[in-house]
Ligand binder design. Sequence first.
Ligand SMILES: [Zn+2]
Length: 230
Amino acid sequence: MKNIHSKNFFSQNYYESVLKKAINSNYTFLTLSEFFKSKKPDKKKIAILRHDIDKKVNRAKIFLEVENSLKIQSTNFLLIHDVNYNCFDLNSLSIFMHAEKKGHEIGLHTNFLQTSKILNLEPDQTLKKELSILRNYFNIYGVACHREIDYLYNSLPYLQKNWKQISKENILLYEAYDNQLMNNFEFVNESIKNHLEWRNQKPEDVIESGKNFILSTHPHWWYKENPFED
Ligand SMILES: [Zn+2]
């Protein structure tokens, strides 16, 4: 194969190599709530590991196993109303309750505006319900808006416009696209623009630059043995 990007390199071993490179470059790993509690957005060499669980929930273990072995923590965002998985089935609860015990953070992944439009509900109430449901099992400090490629509505502009009120009413510390993050961190994530690859830049390059970064990853695009496993 001529083009290295034409094969799927998003394996567990590769993930581990990226984290080890950041550790060896003296990065400090924070969960999102730790970052927002620290109130030091200008601190240098911060890495935030964010996982949006959109489907294939079992593959979240690909990240968590590596992070546990390296004693670093990530922030994992769970969907309540998506049709791809049930975050309250025994397998999912087992994964994320165990993760929270190990110091990882759980947050709400949501497209509450789209859910409200489809079900003819009031958006603020939908978000409130989603948080309440998830808080039966986890400590929730923040939300990250979710969009499908074929999305109907984007919740993020609504959330940001009404953030002062929403955060107060729901006791939320952050939303994951806050300017404090987006202005001080490189946002590194996967893309399927042409084929599966990093969107704008590789984490290795960002680590070499010494800049703060958020590594935003989705378990369904990663694998342990091969990309077709469960
Ligand atoms: Zn998502």
